[in-house]
Design a protein around this ligand. Structure first.
Ligand code: PMP
Ligand code: GLN
Length: 380
């Protein structure tokens, strides 16, 4: 058959997890926590199932959850979206990103993405018959060069996609970045997707610059988040999108015929959690910062050089002191021969920077897992 996605194979996350399993490697590749969810979340899920919340949820999401998301957003970002028209619950952030693109991007349009970028963006753009225009982030700081973004925008540009805290680098956009972005988009009809799945995993007292804090940006934006990241349950696949009513209407048209609605008992469980334990998301940054700091100290005993991690749960390491292999070959070798699975950065790029020697390690892991990985990495 004539394939619609000629560039797409199996994702690097699946490939590396399979390789890790085959070779008994410690899996710091694919991003997922290996520790339990908050106990109360399981209780709330069970309660919801026993209470009979097992049939289709309303298409847009369980009202209690949409209201809890709106209340949390108001509390954290000082902007209260309308729970009925502006909040839609989705089957993970991946579905939300797909819907946002398909809601507004037409055949022949262009979508500006900043490389390295998360792997689900471009296939969704391609399926819409549009084209991704890749603008590289700084190879060292992973900060955007707004002049290059400006130059990448043309008459066909329909959307721009940002991600902060950033996967794979952990870099965060600043308030100045948001002002630059607002100036670039001012007076254009360009929509924004803001992938904020790591919104609560920020370190060193920094503030997450949600697009929801910025009126000029949020009026054109689909802001996406994921409970998978915030509640250590990537397998539940529940997320949401916040968008102004006119955008929300179009978004919901896609959602309605994509999945129609999302896992009902999980929605009830998150509604209860958001209300009952706000300290969970408030303390998530400190929780992960302790893991980041411990892991970084341990890496100092290896020949891998850690890059700064402002947010998220990934540590980039420069392995040039260990090997001159390209990153895909290095990560394969590390998994098969050295027993630690990592993710290469090249799959996140249209054109990876020449000679880049970086690998991504996930530190959303128990101490025992990280200790086992470090013991192996010390032998490099
Ligand atoms: N965006 C980014 C930047 C991510 O890291 C992830 C999770 N891997 C997603 C989106 C997808 O989130 P979900 O698992 O909720 O679909
Ligand atoms: N978001 C996860 C990561 O970056 C992977 C999710 C997936 O496997 N699709 O590792």
């Amino acid at each position: 058959i004539q394939t619609k996605l000629p560039k797409v194979g199996t994702t690097i996350f699946t490939v590396m997890s399979q390789l890790a399993q085959e070779h008994g490697a410690v899996n710091l590749g694919q991003g997922f926590p290996d520790f339990p969810v908050p106990p109360r979340l399981v209780e709330e899920l069970e309660r919801a199932m026993r209470a009979g919340h097992n049939q289709y949820a309303p298409m847009t999401g369980v009202p209690a959850l949409r209201q809890a998301i709106a209340a949390k957003t108001a509390r954290v970002y000082g902007h209260a979206p309308d729970a009925d028209t502006e909040v839609t619950v989705t089957s993970g952030a991946t579905e939300a990103i797909f819907n946002a693109i398909h809601a507004v991007v037409r055949a022949g349009d262009e979508v500006v993405v900043l490389d390295p970028c998360y792997d689900c963006y471009e296939p969704a753009i391609d399926l819409a018959g549009a084209r991704a225009v890749h603008v590289p982030l700084d190879p060292v700081t992973f900060a955007p060069d707004w002049q290059r973004v400006r130059e990448a925008i043309g008459p066909r540009t329909r959307m721009l996609m940002i991600n902060s805290p950033h996967n794979p680098s952990g870099a965060m956009l600043s308030a100045d970045d948001m002002r630059e972005l607002a100036a670039i988009l001012d007076g254009t009809g360009i929509f924004l997707v803001s992938d904020e799945v790591y919104e609560h995993i920020v370190f060193d007292g920094a503030r997450h610059e949600s697009v929801l804090r910025h009126p000029a940006l949020r009026e054109r934006a689909f802001v996406v988040s994921s409970f998978g990241k915030t509640y250590h349950c990537t397998g539940w696949k529940i997320g949401y999108c916040i968008a102004p009513p006119a955008l929300g209407t179009e978004f919901r048209k896609v959602h309605q015929y994509n999945v129609f609605s999302t896992f009902t008992p999980g929605q009830h469980a998150f509604a209860a959690m958001l209300e009952a334990e706000p300290e969970h998301y408030e303390q998530l940054g400190a929780f992960y910062q302790a893991k980041r700091d411990r892991f970084r100290d341990q890496l100092a005993t290896t020949r891998l050089a850690p890059l700064p991690v402002p947010g998220g749960y990934f540590q980039l390491v420069d392995y040039s002191a260990v090997s001159d292999l390209d990153d895909a070959a290095f990560c394969r070798w590390l998994t098969v021969e050295k027993g630690v699975a990592a993710i290469p950065l090249s799959p996140f790029y249209e054109t990876p920077p020449a000679g880049q020697r970086l690998a991504r390690l996930c530190f959303a892991k128990n101490e025992a897992t990280l200790d086992a990985a470090i013991e192996r990495l010390q032998r490099l």
